[in-house]
Design a protein around this ligand. Sequence first.
Ligand code: PML
Length: 242
Amino acid sequence: MRDLISIRMRASFKNAHISGAERICKKEKVSQIINELLKRPKFYDFISIKTEEVKELEFIKMPSIRSFDFKSVEEARAFAKVLLEKAGIKMDIANDVIELISKGAAFGKNMRGAMLIDIDTGQRLEEDKEKGIRTIKVDWEDRDLAKQMLLSSGYKITDRALDALALVSKNIRCGVIAEVCWSDDVDYTTGYVVVNKTYYRINPMKNFGDPFGGRAYFIKAENLENIVDCLRNKAFLVRLKE
Ligand code: PML
């Protein structure tokens, strides 16, 4: 547990968010990880890499995973909405949130972090509608092993999915009830919904070439402060077995 460092990267181009990543690693691996993260965004004119010592840390489990492929974005999004509805989210709220992500939830641009949605009213609770809230200070205890294990279990897991799974594991632990997300990368069409501690990989949540994507976390409004504190300040490593 000692000598662990949290590293976070975010890159942008012409003020538009391009890429972000979270890692927690031993002190001696910091420069290697920074080098890897520098290669992560396809292009950028701004990159920020922050490191911070991890003082306290907890281990968490990953959610179960299920994968679904559809013929069209419309069918995929309809399925996403049904999942959200089954988790108690009203259809018009699920609709509005998916519509917002698909048009750029930061006044027509992609947000840097996630929207926080009151699960009962659909109201946006994040303070800053451009930045949103970013889940930080989380990683896999053993990233290579996690990738190997998921691949050998038949999941066509990508590095992007591995990152998303780590974030989702922390979000669940912090009190996020449901989540919907797809990438803002024009070449990546798989997205996901998280409900009942299950990560539903859904493809295609958008068409190739579409620049819009983002994340929405559904929460109980009365838990806002605790959830934001947890997402920002508590450090977690996802452990494969307890
Ligand atoms: C992102 O952070 O760009 C979104 C990642 C979505 C991953 C979906 C998956 O492949 O499971």
